[in-house]
Design a binder for this molecule. Sequence first.
Ligand SMILES: O=C(O)C1=C[C@@H](OP(=O)(O)O)[C@@H](O)[C@H](O)C1
Ligand SMILES: C=C(OP(=O)(O)O)C(=O)O
Length: 429
Amino acid sequence: MTQPWAAPSATAPVRATVAVPGSKSITNRALLLAALSDGGGTLTGALRSRDSRLMIDALQALGVPVSDAGDGGDQVIVAAHRGLRGPARVDCGLAGTVMRFVPPAAAIADGDIHFDGDARARERPMRTVLDALRALGTDIDGDALPFTLHGKGGLPGGAVTIDASASSQFVSGLLLAGARYEAGVTVHHRDTTAGKPVPSLPHIDMTVRMLRDAGVTVDDSEPNTWRVEPGPIAAREWAVEPDLSNATPFLAAAAATGGSVTVPGWPENTTQPGDAFGEIASRMGCTVTRDAAGLTVHGPDQLQGIDVDLRDVGELTPTVAALAVLAHSPSVLRGIAHLRGHETDRLAALVTEINALGGGATETEDGLEIRPKPLHAGLWHAYADHRMATAGAIVGLAVPGMEVDDIATTAKTLPDFPAMWADMLSDER
Ligand SMILES: O=C(O)C1=C[C@@H](OP(=O)(O)O)[C@@H](O)[C@H](O)C1
Ligand SMILES: C=C(OP(=O)(O)O)C(=O)O
């Protein structure tokens, strides 16, 4: 067990410009689409983190040549190859994008492909994807990690109806590989009970947009139904946007301290859910501006609470909850029951950690209620969850003496987080 990390408190309003690395979601989709394209592909601005490494390792295990020149904006190159092949072993770590996106692709390989991951990954919902792949013609032993897929070198594909209310990644994974199935794929979400829609819809829009960018025909004109036509996936260059969800802890530092933080390279038109943070921050009393320098959040003297539905942007919940803890009026975060299946049960984890510091958090059926209360120092647990760790860092800005037990878990998507946080706090801008 490593030493707890002393979360720095802010002695003055934070003023900084913070450039964040590439998007996890775009990087791992681009890697997979390049692997599914016989001609390969090139990524610029790709994220280098545990999750992207796991995706590269998975593709290499399936016979896809991937080379990474290293950090510093160099390219990641997926070379032309003759298709995916087994036998192979794939470590999914704790990456939803690996455990939900690679099996639908591996289904066109031949040979046995064994999947496993971290202890918590074995508890994350998988059955929907595996049942869908069975319905489309794959043989799989198991209903969760670990499982073995018996590849037959191709898949009939066709139409499948699933309940995707636990994760949008169930839909995205099938769509990303669907063009390589003989009949393509049609995925229909069955709204089993009223009020159980698909969460994180912008992430499905990201999938659809990237498939179209690769020349694949996708019909998403009907709600809850997505149709991918069979056909080739074009080899192309992918320019990866900065990770806007990972930008939010830094922007939140401005919101929490009455400071001002700019994230450069904020895309004008994006499917990333992090784009919604600007509106959330302004509803909490911040002033948000966008110009050639990027997106800037200016924090208010007093942060206000917020009543907000985060179903589409669940990834932002730990950041928004951390700000709600520091606000002067109560907050209600709704539409996020599916967060119980994320890296940890994020609703339970947030309530436990906030209340352990003296805060006033309650779990509801589909989210959290957070009331302002004076906080005291303590040890914030990250539960192997990168966003729980960064939420602890945000709260720590306002609570001198606070510690985070495992800041290294931010390596899942942002390996340099502790140094970036320290740099932000020492920025003289
Ligand atoms: O497709 C993606 O890249 C993601 C989809 C979302 O998953 P859920 O729909 O399971 O929330 C999001 O929370 C996750 O971080 C990344
Ligand atoms: C839910 C998340 O990750 P994953 O891709 O592992 O599902 C997340 O990053 O907030």
